[in-house]
Every structure is written in C-alpha cells, then in structure tokens.
Design a binder for this molecule. Structure first.
Ligand SMILES: *[C@@H]1O[C@H](CO)[C@@H](O)[C@H](O)[C@H]1NC(C)=O
Ligand SMILES: *[C@@H]1O[C@H](CO)[C@@H](O)[C@H](O)[C@H]1NC(C)=O
Ligand SMILES: [Zn+2]
Ligand SMILES: [Zn+2]
Length: 503
C-alpha cells in the first residue's frame, strides 16, 4: 500500500500510512524502508530520512541493495554527497542505480570533476551506465566546458545505442551549444528520433546564442509546423536570435505573438530581450517608453540592456539616464559604471571617464576581475590579464610577440582607447597585448593540433581591441577561434566574426 502511494506521487499518504504501521508495532521490512526512504528523497526530508537510516543500521537492512541505494539517493538529493558516498562505499552491491545516484549527486552539487571520476570508475568496473547516468555525466562535462570528454561519452552512448534517447540527446545538445560547437549540436538534434519541448528549446537557444539567428528562427518555424507548443524559454530563444542578429521587425513580431499567447506569462527575460532588440536598432525613445510601460517592475538587467545598446550607438544622454536608473535599483552594480565610462571614452569625454572612476572608488564599487580559460582534455587553464603563472609562460609570450609582428604586417593598429581608458573589464595598467583572452588564445594555439578550433571562455565581455585582434589572428593562423564571453559567442573565422561586430 505504501509503495502504491509512493509510485503515484502521493508522498504524504505514504508517510502517514508508514506512521500508522510504526505505532501499530508492525516491523518494517527492507522493502518498507527502501520505499519510505525514497519518499523522503523525493520531498527532501533529510530529518526523517536520517532517522530511518538509524533504524536501518540497527536492523541490519543497510546491507540490502534497495535500502542502501535509496539512502544514497536520499543523501544526494539532500545535497549531502559525503554522506551519500559513505553509504555507497559501505553497501555490498553497487549497481547502476546507486552509481547513477552518486554521479548525479556530485553533479547537482556542482562537483563535476568528482562526478566524472565516479563515472569512469563505474565504467571501469564493468557496470553499464543507463540513460540517467549518461545524462548526468554529460551535464557534468557541460559544467566543466569539457568538450573532449563529452565527445568520448557521446561515443559511448552511440556504442550502447542510447544516443537516440531524448534525455541523452538533450544533454548532448546543451553540451555542444555551451561549448560553441553548433555543428555537432545540430547533428544530434537532426538524428534524434523523439524530441520533446526541451530538445526544441535547447537547439533554438543554442543557435541564438551562437549567432545562428536565422537558423534559430527556421527551427522555430519547424517546431510550430510540428505542432509543438512553444513555451516561455522558446520565446527567450527566438527573441535572443532577433537581438543578436538585429532583426527588429521579426523581434516585434515574436514579442506580439508572445503577448497574444494566453498560456505564457511574459517574464522579465522577455522584456530584457525586447529592450535589447529596440536599443540595438537605435530606437532609444521607443525602448525607454517600452520599459516605462512594463506591467512588471523592471530590474537592473532591463536597464543594463538599454545601456549596452547606448555603447553601440554612443548615445550619452540615454546612457546617463539608464545608468542612473540602474544605480537607483542596485547601487553596487559595477557593470553600469564600467559601461558608462566606456561610452564616455568612445566619445572622447575623458573628464567624465575619470569622474566615473572616482565615483566608483568613493562608493567602494569593485570591478569583477576578468579571466579567460581554455579546457583541454582533462585540464583547465585559466589566465588573468598579464598572467605569468602558467608553466608555459615563455612559450605563450613568445607566441604573442610573433602574433604581434604578424598583426602589424596585416596593418593592425592597436586601439588606444581601450588601452588607456577602457575600465571595461581589465586593469588598464597592463598592456593591451596581455589581456586574458589573448593569453588563452596564444596558449590554445600552442597546445592544440594545427587546424583545430580553439575554444576560449571568458567571464566578462571581450574588449573591442581584443575583438579586432582576434579577427585577424583567425586569418593569420587559418583557424577558427570561438570565444564565449558573458553575453554571447563569437566565432572568428578568416578575419571575420559571426557577431558582425555588433555585440
Ligand atoms: C536508469 O537508472 C535510474 C536510476 O539511477 C533509474 O531511475 C532509471 O529507471 C533507469 N533507466 C532505465 C531505462 O533503466
Ligand atoms: C533581473 O531579472 C532577470 C529575470 O528574472 C534575472 O535573470 C536577472 O538576474 C535579474 N537581474 C538582477 C540584477 O537581479
Ligand atoms: Zn582585451
Ligand atoms: Zn564578435
């Protein structure tokens, strides 16, 4: 009876029946424990769960596979991974279910390296991962941006014939899009036998963020033609596509469509996208009007979208107003000051630049330090501006010097505005040449096979000077360079960037 309730999601009924059993002095068996612990895991009731664990140990049922597996899941779901591991290693029989619980448990707690470690151990013990295990392992690869390792796991899913599985497929698409490898993401999507709303959303959002806006919209049309109802995330995807590809009319059209859809609430995210679309296309009045007439209270991110658009159009008036609105909402938002001072710099208003800086210092606003990283097979290499801590520092700087010479040959002049006044992302004290993304790219060029794509991740927006330099570098070395920054992807190829220099 308890098990019946549990399987039908009637957790309260299951627990109350168990209590009645308990007070009636009927001894629970291992199945009873396994079942009730599973209920505790589902509702994350750690208190009751650990009480039951105590009883289980006293009765010796902890050697039962089902009981121990349910305890592993309980602790993992309650974010007690260490406890989970303890039960796991004490249990006599480790099966796919308990291994999966461990891999997933580490993953949901952000301990992706440990998750992948357990995954490899499981495989080396000859236990076949199932869909759930693969999904968790792939999510951990995604958390580490470990594309190579993800590809290995992908190969294993193919071997087991699980690559058509909808959950595995979805995780693969997320991994590939987050690493800027849309070709492989699209391949997985097109081969998927069954697709759910998550599959469609993931591919639409992935294409949009990677700058394949028109493709994102085409897939959206396919989705409608397949009678799949779009949801809130789908609209974030198509609106992002319109903003990154500057498709004003399409953007208006999708927003209208969203408004008219009674099944979806228009959320802040959608407003942010729309402000972005209006701002980028230079419709500042309409954008401000749009924000002021929003039925929900705009947060700092909405105004930040307008402020970023001001940077593209060097619109100082609107920028000042938007920055004021942001500081009213969130006085410690460093992004607003940084963007504002960039806009001043691009208009040559150096006085205002230094005033903004003084204001930042007085108010104790700390800039987030910029860093870039690159993930090779099992290792992650992170760089900050002017970094000399990497073991291959001399090779990296040698490569940068060589690139510097080549860049000059190609007629590149360093944009001094960014060198002297860009408080954007990184300390100006360091020469522009040694911005973190350039160090990461130089290292990537050395450490990967010639001709292969170099993938770099950055926590902040890539600066204008680096952007121009990387375009040329991609041409000089004849390689594709993908940079994922805080807002989008840049695919540099043969002297051009997929963002069309509007980012
Ligand atoms: C895979 O394992 C999980 C437990 O880890 C289980 O819930 C799921 O039902 C299994 N899937 C299949 C198809 O066996
Ligand atoms: C504003 O709201 C959006 C959507 O909920 C959220 O993603 C963003 O983090 C919020 N911004 C701030 C500064 O809280
Ligand atoms: Zn830079
Ligand atoms: Zn770009």
């Amino acid at each position: 009876m308890i098990s019946g309730y549990e399987r039908n999601g009637e957790n309260d009924m299951a627990l109350s029946l168990f209590r009645r059993m308990w007070v009636s002095n009927i001894k629970p068996t291992s199945s009873t424990f396994a079942c009730v612990v599973t209920v505790c895991a589902k509702i994350s009731d750690l208190g009751l769960g650990s009480q039951l664990h105590g009883h289980v140990v006293r009765t010796g049922y902890n050697f039962d596979t089902y009981v121990s597996t349910s305890l592993v899941t309980l602790y993992a779901d309650c974010k007690q991974v260490e406890e989970s591991m303890k039960v796991f290693y004490e249990s006599a029989d480790r099966n796919v279910v308990s291994w999966t619980a461990i891999v997933t448990g580490y993953g949901v707690n952000g301990r992706h390296e440990d998750a992948l470690h357990e995954f490899s151990k499981m495989v080396s013990f000859g236990i076949r991962p199932n869909q759930s295990t693969f999904t968790s392992a792939l999510n951990s690869c995604c958390g580490l941006e470990a594309l190579e390792r993800g590809k290995k796991i992908h190969a294993r899913t193919i071997k087991q014939g699980l690559d058509f599985d909808v959950f595995v497929g979805n995780s693969l698409i997320v991994l590939y899009s987050r690493c800027g490898d849309m070709n492989d993401g699209l391949k997985v999507f097109s081969l998927m036998g069954l697709r759910n709303i998550v599959s469609w959303n993931t591919i639409v959002v992935g294409c949009a963020q990677n700058g394949y806006g028109l493709l994102a919209i085409r897939i959206f049309d396919d989705m409608m033609a397949s009678f799949v109802e779009p949801d809130s995330i789908t609209f974030v995807g198509v609106l992002t596509a319109c903003s990154h590809c500057r498709l004003l009319e399409k953007g208006r059209h999708f927003f209208q469509m969203l408004r008219e859809n009674p099944a979806i609430d228009v959320k802040l995210e959608h407003y942010v996208c729309m402000v972005d679309i209006l701002g980028r296309s230079g419709n500042f009045e309409e954008a401000e009007e749009f924000i002021r007439s929003m039925p929900i209270k705009p947060n700092a991110t909405v105004w930040l979208a307008l402020l970023s658009a001001c940077r593209l159009h060097s619109n100082i008036e609107v920028a000042q107003m938007a920055a004021q609105e942001i500081t009213n909402l969130d006085p410690y938002n460093s992004g607003a000051y940084v963007l504002l001072s960039n806009i001043y710099a691009s208009c040559g208003r150096w006085n205002d630049v230094s005033q903004t800086r003084v204001m930042m210092r007085c108010r104790g606003i700390v800039k987030i330090p910029g860093s870039s990283w690159i993930v090779l097979k099992e290792s992650r290499h992170e760089f900050v501006c002017g970094d000399r801590s990497h073991p291959m520092t001399s090779e990296i700087y040698g490569k940068l010097d060589w690139l510097g010479g080549k860049l000059k040959e190609y007629g590149y002049v360093c944009d001094k505005n960014f060198a002297l006044h860009d408080v954007d992302d990184e300390q100006k004290e360091y020469a522009l040449t040694y911005h973190s993304e350039k160090l990461a790219i130089a290292f990537g060029l050395i450490a990967t096979v010639d001709g292969n794509t170099v993938r770099v991740f950055k926590n902040l927006r890539v600066c204008g000077d680096c952007h121009s330099a990387i375009k040329l570098i991609s041409k000089i070395v004849g390689r594709e360079i993908v940079v994922r920054d805080s807002t989008r992807f840049h695919h540099f190829r043969d002297g051009f960037c997929s963002c069309g220099d509007w980012w």
